[in-house]
Design a protein around this ligand. Structure first.
Ligand code: GDP
Length: 298
C-alpha cells in the first residue's frame, strides 16, 4: 500500500516544510490543526473523520512543539485505532457450500477479486465453484472464465441475458452435488436501474435460500479505493440493495490516496476483509491497519 508514490516524503513532511532541511518542529496550534485537517481531507478521508482525528491529536498535544515524526506517529496511531476493529478476514464456515455473493458497481474490480479469492481458497485446499451471475455482460462472463482457468476453478455460465437467479440455483445444486467448499457468485453492477438490480439481487438470494436458508453466508461489496468519497455513497446504495457483510477495497496499489477507507470504517464499521494491490492473481492481501496507517501518513 503506497498512497503517495509520486511525491518525496508523505503528507506530513510537506506540511512541516521538510525537504532536505533540518527536522522542523512546530507548535501544534490552531493554524497547524487546520492544515492537518486539510491534508486529511485531500487524502479522501472526509470532513467528519478528518476533524475527529485532528481533535484527538489536539487533545493530547495542543500547544506542544512537535516534529514531523511525532505528528506522523500520532496521526498513524489515530488512524490505526479507527481501522483496527474493521480489519477482519472473511469468516469461513464449515457449511458446504459456503455461499459468497459478490456485489459492486461495474469496474470496481469484482471479476478480478473473485478470481483472486478463488485462487487463494484453492491454494489452501478448498474446492471452489464460480457462478458468472452478471449474465447481461458477455465481457464479464468471458473475463470470469479467464480468471477461473488461472485459478483452476470451474465457472458456471448461462446464456447471455438469461435469469441470474436460475444460474445461481443451478450453481447451488452443482456445488452441493460436488461437495464444493465455496460457491462464489458474481452479480451485475449496473446502478443505472436500481429497482431492477435490487429485484435481481433479491431473487438470487430467494432462490439460493431454497437450498440453504442461511445463504448467502457472506455478501462482499467490492469498492474501488480510487473513487474516493464516491465509495461512501456506493456503500449506502448497496446496503439498501443487499445485506452487505464485508468489504474488499481494490486498487490500493495505485496512486489513490486511499484515505476513504478511514471514512468508511468511521461511518459504517463494516469489516474490510481484503485489499486489492494489483491486477495479478496473487494481488489480494489481508488488510493490515498499521501498515495502512503508516502508508497513509507517510
Ligand atoms: P468489474 O467490472 O467490477 O468486474 O471489474 P474488473 O474486475 O473487470 O476490474 C476492472 C479493472 O480494474 C481491470 O482493469 C482490473 O485489472 C483492475 N483492477 C481490479 N482490481 C485491481 C487492483 O487491486 N489493483 C489494480 N491496479 N487494478 C485492479
Amino acid at each position: 500500500v503506497s498512497p503517495e508514490p509520486e511525491s518525496k516524503g508523505g503528507l506530513i513532511d510537506r506540511l512541516m516544510g521538510r525537504g532536505g532541511q533540518e527536522v522542523a518542529r512546530r507548535t501544534l496550534d490552531d493554524p497547524m490543526l487546520e492544515q492537518l485537517e486539510e491534508l486529511l481531507i485531500t487524502a479522501d478521508m472526509g470532513v467528519d473523520t478528518a476533524l475527529r482525528v485532528t481533535a484527538n491529536i489536539a487533545e493530547s498535544h495542543f500547544g506542544k512543539r512537535v516534529s514531523a515524526e511525532e505528528v506522523k506517529r500520532l496521526m498513524a496511531e489515530e488512524i490505526a485505532r479507527i481501522m483496527e476493529p474493521v480489519a477482519q478476514p472473511m469468516p469461513i464456515y464449515s457449511k458446504k457450500p459456503q455461499v459468497v455473493l459478490v456485489v459492486g458497481v461495474n469496474g470496481s474490480g469484482k471479476t478480478t477479486t473473485i478470481g483472486k479469492l478463488a485462487s487463494q481458497f484453492r491454494a489452501v485446499g478448498k474446492s471452489v465453484i464460480i457462478a458468472a451471475g452478471d449474465t447481461f455482460r458477455a465481457a464479464a462472463v468471458e473475463q470470469l472464465q479467464v480468471w477461473g482457468e488461472r485459478a483452476g476453478v470451474p465457472v458456471l455460465t448461462a446464456p447471455e441475458g438469461s435469469d441470474p437467479a436460475s444460474l445461481a440455483f443451478d450453481a447451488m445444486l452443482k456445488a452441493e452435488a460436488e461437495g464444493a467448499d465455496l460457491l462464489l457468485i458474481d452479480t451485475a453492477g449496473r446502478l443505472q436501474n436500481r429497482a431492477d438490480l435490487m429485484e435481481e439481487l433479491a431473487k438470487i438470494v430467494r432462490v439460493i435460500r431454497k437450498r440453504d436458508p442461511e445463504a448467502p453466508h457472506n455478501t462482499l461489496l467490492v469498492l474501488d479505493a480510487t473513487t474516493g468519497q464516491n465509495a461512501l455513497s456506493q456503500v449506502e446504495t448497496f446496503r439498501k440493495l443487499a445485506d452487505v457483510s464485508g468489504l474488499v477495497m481494490t486498487k490500493l496499489d495505485g496512486t489513490a490516496r486511499g484515505g476513504v477507507l478511514v471514512a468508511l470504517a468511521d461511518r459504517f464499521g463494516l469489516p474490510i476483509h481484503a485489499i486489492g494491490v494489483g491486477e495479478q492473481i496473487d494481488d489480494l492481501a489481508p488488510f493490515d491497519p498499521e501498515d495502512y496507517a503508516c502508508a497513509l501518513t507517510g
